[in-house]
Design a protein around this ligand. Sequence first.
Ligand code: ARG
Length: 592
Amino acid sequence: MIRRKDTMNKFVELISQEVSKAFTAAGYEGGYGIVTVSNRPDLCEYQCNCAMKAAKLFKKAPIAIAQDVAAQLNGNPMFLSVEAVNPGFLNFKLNACACKDYIEAMRTSERFGAWQEETPKTIVVDYGGPNVAKPLHIGHLRSAIIGESLKRIYRYCGNNVIGDIHMGDWGLQMGLIIAELAERQPELCYFDPDYTGEYPTEAPFTISELEEIYPAASAKSKVDEAFAEKAHTATFELQDGRRGYRAIWNHIMAVSVADLKKNYANLDVDFDVWLGESDAQPYIPAMLEDLKARGFATESDDALIMEVAEETDTKEVPPCILVKSDGATLYATTDLATMVQRMQDYNPDKMLYLTDKRQSLHFEQVFRAARKSGIVRPDTELQFLGFGTMNGKDGKPFKTRDGGVMRLERLISEITEFVHDKVQENQIVAEEERAATARLIAMAALKYGDLSNQPAKDYIFDLDKFAAFEGNTGPYILYTIVRIKSILSRYGKEADSLPIAEPVCSEQKELMLTLSRFSDNLSIAYRDNAPNVICAYLYDLAGSFNKFYHEVKILAETDQAKQEGYIALCRLTQRVLETCCDLLGFSAPEKM
Ligand code: ARG
């Protein structure tokens, strides 16, 4: 197999190679040498169950096959022990030296020698998806958190990744704001159709005014039909290019985007491009002409639609509506045009979309339309990752105490305050560091709490649980990193160049074996879009480290070689833990 520079075979692959050779040498087939991590850690570290499978083909008792293979492995430097156990298991324990060699190679390789995509792919991750001028609410939170983590995982695995925020910046909310503003301040030059001068550079509203205008307008449109009509007309005129409305739109964008940037920066979520639905509009006319010309788009009741149903469908997949009878284009039209733009600008191998799973039908339709019409090339992968809902303790979508929609800013500040109180109680962190420390811990609590669930599942947001310093939580992981930082700082000498030593106790060996599984977990998280696999690995690694820490006296050790081996392992553990946290989008403070 071709490998990219600086990647190593996974440890389990190296072990499998030895076992495969033994199967072949004993007269069976090498393909049976599949080794896995032991599910009985009390008995062994790795195991192979394939003698049971080989038994059928070779018409021999599985235990006899296992014994033959074990005999071949006798004296192999990879293993401390190889046992054939009834009915036909092979149980392995690894040699201390083999562990040391592997972990030392990890320590000195870039990216710990972890698995990488053989040829880098260009991947667009479409996440965040906030709607301009509407406040960010927690519905957008999961898209940002999961998307950011997947973007980082994809990138770490060697790909060229473009994270696009894809703002909703072209819809009715813009018309609502314009109509409301026209009622409140009709004297503004934007509303004078005869005005030909330059428009002011300063917006006629602040972000807080904007956040008040939108809900007011939205509420009004529900009870006041004439106003709703005005908003629709304004939306249409804006999209048609009316100068004054375009100028207001530019103001709305400038004010909102500045606010969004602040909010996402607070979340440590960072996009490579800030494009939105409006950026796709220039591609729509030519795309529609082309779809019509090639017979993919057809007129139906004055609307323009595209059939996407397939014979094998078990559920009805309605056609994609591209243009409504009143001439308006829709969400699907914009998403298709965005694909046109992305193919032109990036020619990606994959596009990944993250929204609430309730949008799955929309993406099914759009993906089919794009495939059928060749808007994307046949080998461009289109993937939709629909996530579940963040619920409150009552099992219903998370709300504020008075039942309103929880704003993202408010949620973050509530978590931060909660954590701040704990940090203050502990009295470990100096006063001037407390706010920054609380922020880091809050991010870990929130993101780990979210990401440790499979994306598609709903979960319950429980602040007490997520922010606890013990248990399977973000703060517990940070606490473990802080513990290592403290050991290394008390050690006081340079730790980065110390080589890994052979383990001298079982806890040390177990920690090394857990470290060796970084690459395995990374590649699964990547393949399955599953940051939860990184969370589970972090929890395992923190657990292995803490066991080791409680078992050995690191700083009190008087044998220098032993101590240096411990310190080298602490430092590598810290680096791997921090890398995983970074893949999830948070980081550790100095103290907590
Ligand atoms: N703005 C949309 C919403 O709030 C999400 C956009 C997702 N991305 C996309 N390409 N459709 O639901």
